[in-house]
Structure formats: structure tokens, C-alpha cells
Design a protein around this ligand. Structure first.
Ligand SMILES: [Mn+2]
Length: 281
């Protein structure tokens, strides 16, 4: 099954290549490997429709139409994700990765590390994923990407944090990443946070979205929900603003369909893909 936003049969003419990475090897929870198909299915079930005469339609993203060409290339194994991202990036296309657990981001960044200099990371997650106890783990992504030559954590940001332990806070400090906590959205609003992110990051930035940044009310279908999160509208608006700066690629990870309620987390993830793509300038 292809995501509802798939609108060309020719990958060579596409602006965006969607890749699922149905891997949960890096997680201590079971089930995130079911996410890519759940997101595709939700996009078709909830975000498209059929008129009485049998014509199909799909929802447009808000504020701008989906005027880009999207090719959904199915799923790739985690072991070849870096290579796939490297190829897409060399072809001047934008990879859109559907996780999988958060360690797929490490693989995506390994791919970009071969093609792109001076990479910033906009890491949107309730957890900083800055543990050192294990490698290639969903909670050690930031530790693991420190090994890459072109990823600059001192020009990167963490957004929506509210589930950090003391080791992680210490590591954030050392890395010189800038952190925006969940409550900052209430105090400052999306616009101010976006402007501060823009000042901190380089032109070549990668956007990684762990859906557990949302309040569990909006995204119950995640491995490790943390109370007190941001709203789906705040996340959508921030992502649309970031997309206008043309990230080199983006991922949406950590959807856990078994914990979901009425597919709302999968449907949100599918909708967010269209909102981000439509906002590239
Ligand atoms: Mn994460």
C-alpha cells in the first residue's frame, strides 16, 4: 500500500521519496515496526474519500495545496537505509522516512553525512535520546550521531523536551544544543520558538519528529508517552514553518499502532507528512 500523497509513478520526476523503515530493533518496546503500514493505511482510510459518482479525492493540506510530486517507494531494511538516503540526497530529492523506532534517524543521518556538510538537527521529541549506555539504540540517537563528521550538535536544537534524565541534561549541556521545553510553547508560542530555532541552525538541517512530543491526548499510539505535551496544532504549525526553510529530509518515528486509539496517531502522522511537503518553498 502507498501513502495517499503518492501522486507520480515515476520516481525520477519526484521531489519527495517516501521510505518506510519498519524496524524496531533499536527499541526496548515491541510494535513500532507496524507503523509505516499503519500510517499509509490511515492516510487512505481517514484522509481520502469517494464521491457518489465514484471519483476519489484526498484532503488538501491547509494553507497550501500539495503541489509537489511524491513517490512512495515502499519499505527498506534498516541496514540499507543510510545508502538509500545517500542516493536520494545525491539525486537532489528529499527523503521522507516513516519509522520505525527512533534509531532509524541515526541511519538517515549516516546517509546525509556522505553527501552534505554542516548538518544541523531539529530533534522534536519529549525525550532527548541522549543516553550513553547502549549504541544504535532509540534512546541514544544524539550520542550516536556525535560520531558523524558533518552533524553539528552545537548548531542543533531539541524541541518539546519534558522527559529527560540527569545524564541526558548533562549531555545536552556539553553538546551546546539549544533546548525548548514543552512549557515554552505556552509561554513563548510557536512563532518565537521558530525564530530562535532559525537563528541557531544551519541551512542544511534535518528534521526528526518523534510523535511522543505530542500530549498523549493527541498521540496515544506511542511507546513511551510523557504527560504534558504540545498540541497537534502547535506541532503542525512549527513543522510547516520549518519546512519553509527546506530541510534536507525529515522523518516521523515512534508511532506504535497497538497502543493507538481509533488510529488517531497514525492519521496525524500521515496528515503531517502532507502538511510538511506542501510547505517546502
Ligand atoms: Mn525519540
Amino acid at each position: 500500500m502507498r501513502i495517499a500523497w503518492h501522486n507520480t509513478q515515476y520516481p525520477e520526476e519526484a521531489d519527495f521519496i517516501v521510505l518506510g523503515c519498519a524496524s524496531e530493533e533499536g527499541s526496548s518496546w515491541e510494535g513500532t515496526s507496524k507503523a509505516p503500514e499503519a500510517i499509509r493505511k490511515a492516510s487512505r482510510e481517514w484522509l481520502t474519500g469517494e464521491l457518489h459518482d465514484g471519483t476519489n479525492f484526498r484532503y488538501n493540506p491547509q494553507s497550501s495545496a500539495l503541489n509537489k510530486l511524491v513517490f512512495d517507494d515502499g519499505n527498506v531494511k534498516k541496514s540499507v537505509l543510510a545508502e538509500a538516503v545517500q542516493t536520494i540526497s545525491s539525486d537532489k530529492k528529499i527523503p521522507v522516512i516513516l519509522g520505525g523506532d527512533h534509531s532509524v534517524t541515526t541511519e538517515a543521518l549516516k546517509g546525509f553525512d556522505e553527501t552534505t556538510k554542516n548538518i544541523s538537527l531539529v530533534y522534536i521529541d519529549s525525550h532527548p535520546d541522549f543516553m550513553e549506555s547502549e549504541m544504535n539504540y532509540y534512546a541514544s540517537v544524539l550520542t550516536d550521531v556525535q560520531e558523524l563528521k558533518n552533524v553539528k550538535l552545537n548548531k542543533s536544537v531539541l524541541v518539546g523536551v519534558r522527559g529527560a534524565n540527569s545524564f541526558e541534561l548533562e549531555n545536552i549541556k556539553k553538546s551546546k544544543m539549544k533546548t525548548f521545553y514543552s512549557v515554552d510553547f505556552v509561554e513563548s508560542g510557536v512563532k518565537k520558538i521558530f525564530n530562535q530555532i532559525k537563528k541557531k541552525i544551519t541551512k542544511k538541517f534535518y528534521l526528526s519528529i518523534d510523535v511522543d512530543v505530542l500530549d498523549p491526548a493527541f498521540a496515544p499510539g506511542v511507546s513511551d508517552p510523557v504527560p504534558g505535551g504540545i498540541t497537534s496544532n502547535e506541532l503542525t504549525l512549527l513543522c510547516k514553518k520549518l519546512a519553509s526553510l527546506k530541510p534536507i529530509g525529515f522523518d516521523i518515528v515512534e508511532v506504535l499502532p497497538d497502543n493507538d486509539v481509533n488510529e488517531k496517531t497514525s492519521t496525524f502522522a500521515a496528515k503531517l507528512v502532507s502538511e510538511i511537503i506542501s510547505s517546502y518553498r
